[in-house]
Design a protein around this ligand. Structure first.
Ligand code: NAD
Ligand code: UGA
Length: 480
């Protein structure tokens, strides 16, 4: 069978998450002749994807609702009927979660592949004819070998002799908050594989909207490793500039100016050089941990140590920000009210996974502070999960925080959030915080009061003009 000639009519994606949902929506909108099924074991998630009210989608991404309006129910379908989708699809994307293992061998570092293995076994059992299986999840190098072993096992094949599989690696590089644009205009599409016919089938699918010169073909292992290495390189740049931010603070340099000067060198480039409270998000840390584990597994301890340091600097950056806040507030924040501006790990998303706001808030709470948290997109229920173990106070007006140390409340607007606080800590770079009316807000704070700008986004002169003390990350001018 020459698959190059075969026209793909039906594809499915197992895993309707941050990647599966938007990726398949973009494929459906660019390939109207292909029927796209997105399936998941979570009934609740699928119901949200099928919700008539598009504000209830499980993922908030700019432009996603518009695409769904044009594709859902036409050539894009969300369901929990995984077996049927597998049976009917010529190409199956695996886009399930690959978290860090919590227990056992490699705990805290290695990827937990139980979800990948579960759907591979299901594909092995239910697929019909020739099926192209595409790794979309981020996986340890050589996972394709495991997938192939399961798919070719006698157990699954003995009933249906005409069943064949081809495994490809096609990692996803979208960033949250810009997912639709990243999918629509990718820097590159990576297709790793051994079977050129299957690689061409996937390439032809992308060619519906991606220019040919952006599609890169590699062997399986290069493709799997390139995904881990890409995330490691991006995170490394952030740790590099964050290490320099601390250096600026003690020398009189300004990290914004240094970053601009470095980035003007085309060999370095200007992106991913913004210092801040450290990288968050579901993947950078987990993927580097996975890389470190693999380095050690293959006997490359020095290489593993090198990448581990990227994580160490990230943790250190969050720790030092917390210590600076405590230090500026006279070394004591017990029973003091502090406003946290921003809880998502970056602007443009409601995702809080590995958000620096979580670790910094927990450290402040452990000192007995009362936090008034604001975020334009994150829901209170999410923060309750993230700050589990610390007391959530729904109605803080009559709340006596002197009796209840280490507690927090949610404020739906920044004016309420800043009422009577000793400090405002800006942790996410939401536009709303860039244009704060400091004249209005400053009246709210208990004096002397501090503003901690960990993203370097505030109008410094306006903050200071209104009688507030300012600490800005990486700003050595403050030592003068
Ligand atoms: P997610 O947790 O948002 O979604 C994964 C989905 O898979 C969940 O809905 C879960 O219910 C489902 N699932 C798990 N096991 C299943 C099974 N056996 N059958 C059917 N469904 C199952 O995860 P995500 O953020 O979409 O990430 C998926 C993968 O993509 C990960 O490997 C991640 O590293 C990678 N990735 C994520 C991003 C990102 O921005 N989030 C970007 C690039 C790559
Ligand atoms: C990142 C990568 O950018 C994607 O290419 C990749 O597909 C994805 O991880 C993944 O594999 O999950 P994402 O985590 O969604 O995407 O968001 P980024 O824009 O990369 O930001 C990550 C973190 O770094 C955020 O906390 C952000 O605030 C921080 N960051 C980013 C900085 O502190 N400085 C910068 O200059 C850039």
């Amino acid at each position: 069978m020459n698959l190059k000639q075969e026209k793909i009519k039906k594809i499915c994606c197992i895993g309707a998450g941050f990647v599966g949902g938007p990726t398949m929506a973009v494929i459906a909108s660019n390939c109207p002749d292909i029927e796209v099924h997105v399936v998941d074991i979570s009934k609740e998630r699928i119901e949200k994807w099928n919700s008539k009210d598009l504000s209830k989608l499980p993922v908030y991404e700019k432009g996603l609702d518009e695409i769904l309006r044009k594709t859902r129910g036409i050539n894009l379908f969300f369901s929990t009927d995984i077996d049927l989708a597998i049976e009917q699809s010529q190409m199956i994307f695996i886009s399930v979660n690959t978290p860090v293992k919590k227990t056992g061998i490699g705990a805290g570092q290695m990827s937990d592949l139980r979800y990948v293995e579960a759907c591979t076994r299901r594909i092995s059992e239910k697929a019909k004819g020739h099926t192209i299986v595409v790794e979309k999840s981020t996986l340890p190098v050589r996972t394709a070998h495991t997938i192939k072993s399961i798919l070719s096992s006698k157990n699954s094949l003995n009933n249906k002799k005409d069943k064949t599989f081809s495994v490809l690696s096609n990692p996803e590089f979208l960033a949250e908050g810009t997912a639709i644009n990243d999918l629509q205009n990718p820097d590159r599409v990576l297709i790793g594989g051994e079977d050129i016919n299957s690689m061409m089938v996937l390439e032809n699918l992308y060619l519906n909207w991606v220019p040919a010169n952006k599609i890169i073909r590699t062997n399986l292992w290069s493709s799997e490793l390139s995904k881990l290495a890409s995330n490691a390189f991006l995170a490394q740049r952030i740790s590099s500039i964050n290490s320099i931010s601390a250096f600026c603070e003690v020398t009189g340099a300004d990290v914004g100016e240094v970053s601009k000067a470095i980035g003007k060198d085309h060999r370095i480039g200007s992106r991913f050089l913004k210092s801040g409270p450290g990288f968050g998000g579901s993947c950078f840390k987990k993927d580097i941990l996975n890389l470190v584990y693999l380095c050690n597994y293959f006997g490359l301890k020095e290489v593993g140590d090198y990448w581990q340091e990227v994580i160490n600097i990230n943790d250190w950056q969050q720790d030092r920000i917390y210590k600076i806040i405590v230090d500026k507030l006279f070394g004591n924040i017990s029973c003091k009210q502090i406003a946290i501006f921003g809880f998502s790990f970056k602007s443009g998303t409601n995702d809080t996974r590995e958000s620096p706001s979580i670790s910094i808030s927990k450290k402040l709470l452990s000192e007995g502070a009362f936090l008034k948290i604001h975020d334009p997109k994150v829901k209170t229920s999410q923060i309750v999960n993230d700050l589990a173990g610390y007391n959530f106070v729904e109605n803080y007006i009559n709340h006596d925080q002197s009796k209840n140390q280490g507690s927090w409340t949610f404020s739906s607007d920044i004016f309420t959030a800043s009422k009577d606080v000793d400090a405002i800590v800006v942790l996410t770079e939401w536009d709303e915080y860039k244009n704060i009316n400091w004249e209005k807000i400053s009246i709210n704070l208990r004096k002397p009061s501090w503003v901690f700008d960990t993203r370097g986004i505030l109008d410094s002169s306006s903050v200071k003009k209104n009688g507030l003390n300012l600490w800005k990350l990486g700003d050595g001018n403050l030592i003068k």
